[in-house]
Ligand binder design. Structure first.
Ligand SMILES: C[S@@+](CC[C@H](N)C(=O)[O-])C[C@H]1O[C@@H](n2cnc3c(N)ncnc32)[C@H](O)[C@@H]1O
Length: 312
């Protein structure tokens, strides 16, 4: 679907913003091991939200005992010529643990299907491939054209990994994924809340119908979190979330089966085991703060029905 037909396009396009220049030389940074000219940023309002998780991962990496190491995020934050003030999350932990949980599900998928295909929907400047590459996975990083233009300043296509400039609301990208070897795993990290409910459920249903037996993982937020985000976004003049979901099981009617749904305070056992002791024991106590706003969900799309006339 072209962007013009996309009901979120007003938000997507309205905030297209000219490069904000910093004092000469002040933001020149390092990336790929060399001094870079400041990288210009011209992104729509929704696309700019990629700086939220990027900053959180960069700041977490620079911490004293980091839960997550994302040195490339640090380089990219230093290299962009853009005022990031509005995208400082009050707390990094939800983004960091969400990243760790989604990474762990990708590794789990790759353990069973080392040469399968992972599709990162709304990839922004995420470095999940760098964190989870097993040497044989095929990978697509999909995002809107202006985001991919920025992403190309920092990442390069290779034989197994490439960037795709497309709206996930369109159909074109589905054939590009089908051309790669299955099985497939789709991940959308911090993306779906920016779409309308109709767009989210339509996208999930299209993936389920076209890619039976695939994995699909994404974060969701209850109505109460949407209200909090709207207040914060209005103050900072940034994009508003549009979709909330109080119960991820309600999404099963779109051809999905919910395999696991966790909160940041009760992550999967494998992720919990990676956390330092103080986190493992204290996290459940943080349920009232971190346990109610965010869920990270792992779904499976319904398996392919047997062809007529065949026996299972
Ligand atoms: C909060 S950012 C998350 C970025 C990335 N997933 C991460 O974790 O760093 C939301 C991302 O969704 C992308 N996005 C929003 N609407 C989209 C659409 N219709 N098609 C593809 N990407 C979209 C934005 O461009 C942006 O990169």
């Amino acid at each position: 679907m072209p962007l013009e037909c996309d009901p979120t396009s007003a938000q997507v396009l309205a905030g297209r913003q000219k490069t904000r220049r910093h004092p000469a030389g002040a933001r020149a940074g390092w990336h790929d091991g060399r001094m870079a000219e400041s990288t210009k940023v011209e992104l729509g309002k929704v696309q700019q939200t990629l700086f939220f998780p990027l900053l959180a991962r960069a700041r977490a990496t620079r911490g004293r005992r980091p839960l997550l190491r994302d040195p490339k995020a640090v380089e990219m934050v230093q290299a962009v010529d853009f005022d990031l003030t509005a995208f400082r999350a009050p707390m990094q932990f939800p983004v960091v643990i969400r990243t760790m949980i989604l990474d762990s599900w990708i590794r789990q998928f790759l353990a069973g299907h080392p040469a399968g295909t992972v599709v990162e929907l709304g990839t922004g400047l995420n470095t999940r491939f760098e964190r989870t590459d097993n040497g044989s996975v095929h990978w697509i990083d999909l995002d809107l054209p202006d985001t991919i233009e920025l992403r190309r300043q920092f990442f390069a296509d290779t034989g197994r990994r490439r960037m795709l400039a497309a709206s996930l609301l369109g159909d074109d990208w589905l054939a590009e994924v089908e051309a790669l070897p299955g099985p497939y795993f789709f991940v959308a990290d911090g993306v779906l809340p920016y779409l309308t409910e109709e767009q989210v459920t339509g996208t999930l249903a299209r993936i389920a119908a076209r890619f039976p037996g695939s994995g699909l993982a994404f974060d969701s937020y209850p109505r109460v979190a949407l209200e909090w985000e709207h207040k914060m976004a209005a103050k900072r003049d940034i994009a508003f979330w549009q979709w909330s979901c109080d119960d991820p099981r309600t999404l099963e009617r779109f051809g999905l089966r919910l395999v696991e749904s966790v909160t940041p305070t009760r992550p999967p056992a494998g992720v919990r085991a990676e956390l330092p002791g103080r986190f493992r024991y204290l996290l459940p106590l943080a349920d009232p703060v971190f346990g109610r706003g965010l869920r990270v969900n792992l779904f499976e799309t319904a398996p392919q029905p047997p062809a007529p006339g065949t026996t299972e």
